[in-house]
Design a protein around this ligand. Structure first.
Ligand code: SAM
Ligand code: SF4
Length: 323
């Protein structure tokens, strides 16, 4: 039976659950190179804590869960969490956002545990540039992650590329990725979160510029989101098996349609990526106080504004919130 929730918040049905604030990369648009203040282990929720939280909010109609981070696959035994969350009543979809480099090792186990699909970050198809942007990553490992996702049926496979200025030089290579296979490339406007946005206006590439450049490659036919429910708009080039998507969180505000709630790895509940407001639900989770927890969740949902806060989130970066 569903718990009582205010009617206007019934459409919040999607949880982004950050399983760690740690990462094997330091992408230039996400984290500083050094001095990232990781939370002490004792402040990070255990898997049992997370299962309790998801079990509680599933009663509010939140049936879709995306595991994110930091890099979720650097946390030990992620398939265990997937299996437990996927088995909860009311949970209809468990997905993962990852940089993909550890996916070849875990894809089979994750699929077996009930993971439905993955989104992989891939900001360049040039090995040298990929290494520079991720500050150390190896392109061939990310590409192997994509292969592993297809091999183990973690589909539809979506690739996220942040719209950094040099992306324009690589558009053809990204477009090629969609030609033969049902791969969905999403270009994401570079957001200002936790002080990691573009430093100068010239570094900001907009969806208008990107769509103009893409349409030089052929007619872009708008299509429905491949197996998703997020804010991306998708297009298909004639004859291509995959699609091209744009997530224009800077140029456009999707606030009115926002269906998501976020829980950070240290148990802060956030109803908006761009807001500094957060609610500490760690005590209620650790005490297994379902009623107290749901009271806090309902309060956060009731205060969800559906309009972008004026100030950018100055506090946590994407890796600390769970992008
Ligand atoms: N480590 C995983 C990954 O890279 O996919 C999951 C966490 S990462 C924070 C989630 C997504 O946020 C990635 O697709 C990444 O490209 C995106 N992201 C991080 N910082 C961003 C920023 N400042 N603007 C736009 N997207 C960003
Ligand atoms: Fe790590 Fe993902 Fe952030 Fe890159 S985007 S630093 S892989 S959390």
């Amino acid at each position: 039976m569903r718990d009582v929730v205010a009617p206007s918040h019934r459409h919040v049905d999607y949880l982004r659950l950050s399983v760690t604030d740690r990462c094997n990369f330091r992408c230039v648009y996400c984290m500083p190179e050094q001095g990232v203040p990781f939370k002490p282990h004792e402040q990070i929720l255990s898997y049992e804590d997370m299962v309790f939280f998801v079990g509680a909010v599933s009663g509010l109609g939140i049936g879709k869960v995306r595991l994110t981070g930091g890099e979720p696959l650097v946390r030990k035994n992620l398939p265990y969490l997937v299996r437990r969350v996927a088995a909860l009543p009311g949970i209809e979809d468990v997905s993962l956002t990852t940089n993909g480099t550890l996916l070849p090792r875990f894809a089979a186990e994750l699929a077996d545990a009930g993971l439905s699909r993955v989104n992989l970050s891939l900001d360049s198809l040039d090995p040298e540039r990929y290494q520079r942007l991720t500050r150390g990553g190896r392109l061939e490992q990310a590409l192997a992650g994509i292969e592993a996702a297809f091999e183990h049926g973690l589909t539809p496979v979506k690739v996220n590329a942040v719209m950094l200025p040099e992306l324009m030089q690589e558009l053809d290579a990204f477009v090629e990725l969609t030609r033969e296979r049902p791969l969905h490339v999403r270009f994401i406007e570079w957001m200002e979160v936790g002080g990691c946005g573009p430093r100068e206006e010239g570094e900001r590439l907009s969806r208008t510029e990107l769509l103009a450049a893409l349409s030089e490659r052929g007619a872009l036919v708008p299509v429905a989101s491949p197996g998703g429910f997020g804010p991306a708009r998708y297009f298909r080039l004639e004859g291509h098996a995959g699609t091209l998507g744009v997530i224009s969180s800077v140029s456009d505000h999707f606030c009115g349609d926002c269906n998501r709630l976020r829980l950070t790895a240290d148990a802060r509940l956030k109803s908006c990526l761009f807001s500094d407001e957060e609610t500490d639900v760690s005590a209620a989770i650790r005490a297994r106080d379902r009623e107290g927890l749901l009271a806090l969740v309902n309060r956060v949902l009731a205060s969800k504004t559906y309009s972008r806060p004026r100030a950018g989130a100055a506090g946590r970066g994407m890796s600390q919130i769970g992008g």
